[in-house]
Write a protein that binds this ligand. Structure first.
Ligand code: RBF
Length: 162
């Protein structure tokens, strides 16, 4: 990955203020050591950018495959949520589940985003092994949860101004 694309080292002044936003995080319980670190990174970044904690909603789903449905329920039940950040970690195993789950989650998340015309952020690691996931959830490649949070804020703002 190019260094320039790593939003963990972003310029804070480029990120809009989130104080009037309402955002949900939905994380998968599979590979929880990773997904909790990602969700925590996302939460900290959202709060650092002004999101009021009472406007942050955190839910979990069993596995990454359930993330799109989790996002859909959140929008269905909370019509004023501006964006959902989906957090998961799919690790390559010996069978083909990796491709099935990763493809389904990526497509499912996009479908929910288009259905509700609101950002649904793909904060899902798809790695060859556990150590790659560790490196991206607070390790040497930053925390992709932080990047997911910034993406949510930027997309909510873009919807407002475009
Ligand atoms: N969920 C994940 O979030 N990450 C995984 O790496 C993962 N691996 C799985 C491997 C297999 C063989 C199966 C059957 C499920 C796996 N799941 C994983 C769970 C999946 O996302 C979902 O919760 C279940 O398939 C139930 O719909």
């Amino acid at each position: 990955m190019s260094k320039k694309k790593n939003l963990s080292e972003y310029n804070i002044s480029d990120v809009p203020d989130a104080s009037d936003m309402k955002i949900a995080i939905v994380f998968a319980e599979w590979n929880q050591e990773i997904t909790l670190a990602l969700a925590d990174g996302a939460k900290t970044t959202l709060l650092n950018h002004g999101l009021n904690e009472k406007n942050l909603f955190i839910n979990s789903v069993p596995g990454s495959y359930e993330l799109p449905m989790g996002a859909q329920y959140i929008f269905e039940n909370n019509r004023d949520i501006d964006a959902v950040i989906c957090i998961g970690c799919v690790i390559q195993g010996e069978t083909r589940h990796f491709e099935f789950i990763s493809d389904a989650v990526a497509n499912g998340i996009m479908n929910v985003a288009i259905k509700y015309n609101k950002p649904v952020i793909f904060g899902v690691l798809t790695t060859d092994n556990f150590s790659q996931a560790k490196e991206r959830s607070g390790g040497k490649h930053g925390n992709k949860g932080d990047e997911a949070a910034i993406t949510a804020i930027k997309m909510i703002e873009l919807k407002k101004i475009s």
